[in-house]
Design a protein around this ligand. Sequence first.
Ligand SMILES: NC(=O)c1ccc[n+]([C@@H]2O[C@H](COP(=O)([O-])OP(=O)(O)OC[C@H]3O[C@@H](n4cnc5c(N)ncnc54)[C@H](OP(=O)(O)O)[C@@H]3O)[C@@H](O)[C@H]2O)c1
Length: 487
Amino acid sequence: MSSADDTAAPDIVIFGAAGDLSCRKLLPALYMAHMHSRLEPGTRILAIGRQAWSRQQYLDFIDARSPAFIEPAAMDASVWGAFLARLDYIGLDVSDAGAYAALAQRQLSQGLRVFYLATAPSLFARICEHLGSAGLIHEGSRVVLEKPLGTDLASAQAINTAVARHFREDQIYRIDHYLGKETVQNLMVLRFGNAIFEPLWRAPFIKSVQITVAETVGVGSRAGFYDGAGALRDMVQNHLLQLLCIVAMEPPVSLEADDVRDEKLKVMRSLRKMDLAAIGRDTVRGQYGAGVAEGQSVQSYLQEEGVPAGSRTETFVALRAHIDNARWANVPFFLRTGKRMAKRHSQIVIEFSEQPFSIFGSSPHHRPNRLIISLQPEESIHLGMMVKEPGSGMKLHPVELGLDLQSSSDKRRAEAYERLLIDVMKGRLTHFMRRDELEAAWRWVEPILRGWQALEEKPRPYAAGSWGPAASSALMAREGLSWFEES
Ligand SMILES: NC(=O)c1ccc[n+]([C@@H]2O[C@H](COP(=O)([O-])OP(=O)(O)OC[C@H]3O[C@@H](n4cnc5c(N)ncnc54)[C@H](OP(=O)(O)O)[C@@H]3O)[C@@H](O)[C@H]2O)c1
């Protein structure tokens, strides 16, 4: 690999630059970074798509799509014009090795080159190989890989091995945009920057942990991809397990990328493997039927365009996981995610154990102490506590201490993709997944996928606009617990 010139302006090369992710997330994020002077002067954005468009045709295409995904207050015609001036377009088929000459002709930066692969993961190996053959990878190159990386352990390993032929591990940024969310990063500060939580952050003081990522949207236009994946691969293998790791990891030695990622890896490796009995008992698969979502009547998953007749793909998963280590012995972690659920929200609920003895006797109003960390749509932290109800007597009454993170600071809160793109530019790997971490996640998830096949598990139906199948509530009720919104 040839060395890099640190003084040269960077290039960002986006493969799949006319795709959904690029239009809705990447270009708006880069616009915001440009607007706030977070892109180095002279940074070029080289957009690669399959269409044989001129530069102007691509700019018109983007101009018609991306502004709708930028906060209206941040949209400024002259700033947008200056941002578009950074963009160039190259129409090439990424499977065609010869076509990379067109990219080479752009004289890529002698400094930082970021190759952002926003295409299907099945193209990642080929793109890296052709970039390598065309001599376009040098010391200052970094590659960003979108999720989901593979559909099982073997396919993830195959992609990782193919990419590793051309990029060192410290040049590879496996993105999980949940790790770019301010509230997720704040979770580390909450845990390790506040003396009051850490002593209690373990068994037996914590009784259970719930992690929910609920969407109200259906499968939309992604049926082709989604039906081959399902909720376990699409959401649990990456977002939910990453959240679990941040909740459960030991304090890292430092905030250096490998120190944090070493601790997350230990959590992944401590997850108790599920055998067939555990899979039958502790996992719930669901598929949405027709119903009402956000006030609109919506069709069932099976009626969605592109979903094969009789599909058994799950659009909902709830499961109970255990971490076999000293901190978390016997503390169940309940994970849940689904499409077409009652409300869009991502939330972590830490439920503390009851006091061994209460001098107030039993009260119907009594609630356990809970720390509720909301990631979206609101970003907040609430602590559920008991106080005295005003008046004579000593009746207890539940209240919440609340912190709205959005209004807690005047500083602008960048979206996850902007923060992560800037991390890539700065060479900060902490919030990206390392190869061993990703493969450990597949090692835990894959037996569940195989178990469902062996058990011929059919997904349980749930009405669109509900909280999922009744079996999901029953999973909690078995232990005298309930999902937060049901309690
Ligand atoms: N969309 C999201 O919200 C989202 C969220 C998380 C992760 N991701 C991941 O991001 C990646 C992109 O997703 P997406 O939703 O943006 O997909 P998409 O809309 O299908 O976009 C993919 C783009 O890749 C281009 N492409 C496909 N084959 C090509 C080839 N041989 N040569 C050149 N370009 C080619 C497509 O060009 P054509 O337009 O010509 O087909 C398309 O513009 C995937 O890995 C996905 O899993 C997406």
